[in-house]
Ligand binder design. Structure first.
Ligand SMILES: *Cc1c(COP(=O)(O)O)cnc(C)c1O
Length: 395
């Protein structure tokens, strides 16, 4: 069996997206900035894509800026809010401890320029507390940036409440919605979102493209200077094949979202029930307020990396923590943020399933993870210490 269970790292491109890209490369290869008809036909496709994407999140087309992906959109949103804030003497930003590194590292950079950053606790369930957010905002707060859904543990934040609170206090609200767009209903007006980041390769579109929604009236700052593309907010000839692929992928994913979520939630809960049978294991993040495709477990006494390698040999592609942290020795900052200690965080497994997963595949995952965990424990010195009482079990 071959099961791809790492959809939070990237998704396989849909045929629809591939076809849209091929169509563009063959038939709409002109430069959208050119005035002759070959260019103008490309420009039309660019604006069609913008219109399509805007509609799906209830934005206006001119509120959509195409970027090279989620990371760039996060950087641009945060820089914009920081520059607006700085002009007014507001240099305080509120975020959360388990944001993606595209957000956290950008905030860290701003610290060197005099910004003060408050990172909210995400508690054991991986969800921020709205009252704590209200207490954290100050007169000099210029931005609240909280992700819609976490990429490692899949927990979903109370976005509408956060948006309403920010609106009430006159603070800009940005959300990294890379794991949510195409997977959860989003309405930027209803949820009072000022800026939102998305990435095509998380919803069956191509890599290296994404978009930033920026509510009209907010003076968006560009990260890349040059030509007048994207209304002077993002220079460089547009990656039209990728943009057309992204729009086609999002249209298709969004149309079937409810059906996909219903199916994935059933499989997710089957996986959670099955993996909970493994002794000294625990689900990471809230069981209910989470993405339908996310299962994240910690198993005491093992190394996540060894687990991944052995699962790969059995045809299962999964991740421990996030793609950015596997490879590095540091345990995932997300798992640490929900209170997992280093040893336990190291023995973690993230399964992010796609809509095509079957019950049989879920059962195959459960039996193989159970076997591999037992096998790894059979020669783990940490497990021996736990069993002989030299160490105390945590889970
Ligand atoms: C993948 C991801 C990103 C980065 O998006 P890229 O398009 O790969 O730059 C940012 N935030 C979250 C939550 C993600 O899952």
């Amino acid at each position: 069996m071959n099961i791809y269970a790492d959809n939070a790292a990237t998704t396989k491109m849909s045929d629809t997206a591939i076809n849209a890209m091929t169509d563009c490369i063959k038939n709409f290869w002109g430069n959208p900035s050119s005035l002759y008809s070959i260019g103008q036909r490309a420009k039309e496709k660019l604006e069609d894509a913008r219109f399509e994407i805007a509609g799906i999140i209830n934005a206006e087309p001119r509120e959509i800026i195409f970027t090279s992906g989620g990371s760039e959109a996060d950087n641009q949103a945060i820089l914009t809010a920081a520059l607006i804030g700085k002009k007014k003497g507001k240099t305080h930003i509120v975020s959360s401890a388990f944001e993606h590194h595209a957000v956290l590292h950008t905030l860290n950079k701003l610290k060197n320029y005099g910004f003060d950053i408050t990172l909210l606790d995400v508690h054991e369930n991986g969800i921020i507390n709205i009252n704590e957010l209200e207490s954290a905002v100050r007169n000099d707060t210029c931005l609240v940036t909280i992700m819609t859904a976490n990429n490692e543990i899949g927990t979903i934040q109370p976005i509408k409440e956060i948006g309403a609170l920010c609106r009430k206090h006159g603070i800009l609200f940005h959300t990294d919605a890379v794991q949510a767009v195409g997977h959860l209903p989003i309405d930027v007006k209803d949820q009072c979102i000022d800026m939102l980041s998305a990435s095509a390769h998380k919803f069956h579109g191509p890599k290296g493209t994404g978009f930033l929604y920026c509510r009209k009236g907010i003076p968006l700052s560009s990260l890349i200077e040059g030509g007048a593309q994207e209304r002077n907010k993002r220079a460089g000839t547009e990656n039209l094949p990728a943009i057309m692929g992204m729009a086609a992928a999002l249209k298709e994913t969004a149309a079937d979202m409810d059906k996909h979520n219903a199916h994935k939630a059933v499989i997710r809960d089957r996986l959670i029930a099955g993996l909970s049978q493994i002794p000294h294991s625990a689900l990471n993040g809230d069981a209910a307020q989470r993405l339908s495709g996310n299962v994240n477990f910690s198993f005491e006494g093992i190394e996540g990396e060894s687990l991944l390698i052995l699962l790969d040999q059995r045809g299962i592609s999964a991740s421990s923590g996030s793609a950015c942290t596997s490879g590095a020795l540091d345990p995932s900052h997300v798992l640490l943020s929900i209170g997992r200690i280093h040893d336990v965080a190291h023995g973690s497994l993230r399964l992010t399933i796609g809509e095509d997963i079957t019950e049989d595949e879920a059962d195959y995952i459960i039996s193989n993870v159970s076997e591999v965990v037992a096998y790894l424990r059979s020669f783990s010195p940490v497990w021996r210490d736990l069993m002989t009482g030299k160490r105390e079990f945590i889970l």
